[in-house]
Design a protein around this ligand. Structure first.
Ligand SMILES: *Cc1c(COP(=O)(O)O)cnc(C)c1O
Length: 392
């Protein structure tokens, strides 16, 4: 019999009732060290006092008002994002998937506005994840996401990820846009080398194609820069943001240059809840915290500590772990045993991690994780590895 909740998730037998910082607690009081952070969502950890206060204060004043009216918190967050990034303008959504929808619409509309409506093809990459709508699974293209959901949206073409030879000649005057995650998340914490992103930027510049970065998972301070593409010293024309930007409140955004966005005039796009006062008030607080250079420097330093600890685990348990990859506090451990076994052994040691493709276990801790918590995480993962060796 089908359960009351549609069974589309493989849920662990864990139920949390309370969170604080990097810790989640079950009803019986058992505490888990959370290195998943809602898949990189709880950027400032659970129940961060400043976010709780901001949300509670706004909740007492005004929850929802239509985008038919001015929304000061939305205005303030947009101004802050424009100030800190390549972007000239921002549209707010409730999720990453909705950001993908607008990114695709904006790219197509751009060429419509330029009098070239036939220029609609978007190049995407194998192993990508952009969300679960029909456009998003069409963009990602993998059989795992698309099987049984056809007909898919036409107009996407897929190239191997981070393959220099494949992009030469593939991007031309018929390409509307190129969409890529600077670091693939669901795809297994696979960073695109800086040189690859730089070459994409150069090819887009040469052909006029728009470059779209999906920074839903790798953005908002996760890599130790506000956005991951900053490491490569280049910028996109359009960027999708979600997950970390709301710190746990559903919030997403599309950032764009004026040139990319200029065809999106009144009436071309909208959202009932996107940019609501609650989400934008919390998002502004997250943004103020995460964009502070001292905070980002702290993320880079702690990332070094975590990475060093994980490299130690790989050296100590070569039967279990193969390699560490990723950037900042977006790290993946490539496993030699099934990654889901490693995640489960972690649950036995009361530490939460997230599986990804390519047999990777993902670590996306709250950016506020402390040095002591990093040491504790490495110790718990080490005990999980010992468990797996004993089972083998
Ligand atoms: C999670 C994710 C999405 C989809 O975001 P939702 O909020 O789940 O719709 C899109 N792109 C990337 C890179 C993601 O990690």
């Amino acid at each position: 019999m089908i359960p009351p909740v549609l069974p589309t998730y493989n849920r662990a037998p864990l139920a949390f009732v309370k969170g604080e910082g990097c810790w989640l607690q079950e009803a019986d009081g058992r505490r888990f060290l959370d290195l998943g952070a809602g898949i990189g969502v709880n950027a400032l950890g659970h129940a961060h006092p400043a976010l709780v206060a901001a949300l509670a204060e706004q909740a007492a004043k005004l929850w929802h008002v239509s985008n038919l009216y001015q929304i000061p918190a939305q205005q303030a967050l947009a101004e802050r994002l424009v100030e800190e990034t390549f972007a000239d303008t921002v549209f707010f959504t409730n999720s990453g998937t909705e950001a993908l929808e607008l990114a695709v619409k904006m790219a197509r509309r751009h060429w419509h506005g330029a009098g070239r409506p036939e220029r609609s093809e978007i190049i995407a990459f194998e192993g990508a994840f952009h969300g679960r709508s029909i456009a998003a699974i069409s963009a990602a293209g993998s059989e795992k996401l698309t099987a049984g959901f056809g007909p898919l949206l036409p107009g996407f073409r897929h190239l191997p990820f981070a393959d220099m030879a494949a992009i030469e000649g593939a991007i031309d005057e018929t390409t509307a846009a190129v969409i890529i995650e600077p670091i693939q998340g669901e795809g297994g914490i696979r960073p695109a080398p800086d040189a690859f992103l730089q070459r994409l930027r150069a090819l887009c510049d040469a052909t006029g194609s728009l470059l779209i970065f999906d920074e839903v998972q790798c953005g908002m301070g996760r890599t130790g820069r506000l956005f991951a593409h900053e490491w490569a010293g280049i910028a996109p024309d359009i960027m999708m943001v979600a997950k970390g930007i709301g710190g746990g409140f559903p919030l997403g955004a599309v950032l764009a240059t004026e040139a990319a966005a200029s065809a999106m005039v009144a009436g071309t796009h909208g959202s009932t809840y996107g940019g609501n006062p609650l989400g934008c008030t919390v998002g502004l607080k997250v943004m103020e915290t995460v964009s502070d250079p001292a905070f980002l420097a702290g993320v880079r330093r702690k990332a070094g500590l975590l990475r060093q600890g994980l490299e130690g685990l790989v050296a100590e348990h070569p039967q279990i772990f193969a390699q560490v990859r990723g950037q900042g506090l977006m790290l993946g451990i490539v496993c030699k045993v099934p990654n889901t076994d490693v995640v489960r052994a972690g649950h036995d040691e009361q530490i939460l991690t997230v599986p990804a493709a390519d047999n990777v276990v993902r670590l996306l801790p709250p950016l506020v994780i402390t040095d002591d918590e990093i040491a504790e995480a490495v110790a718990r993962l080490g005990r999980a590895a010992h468990r797996l060796r004993a089972e083998a």
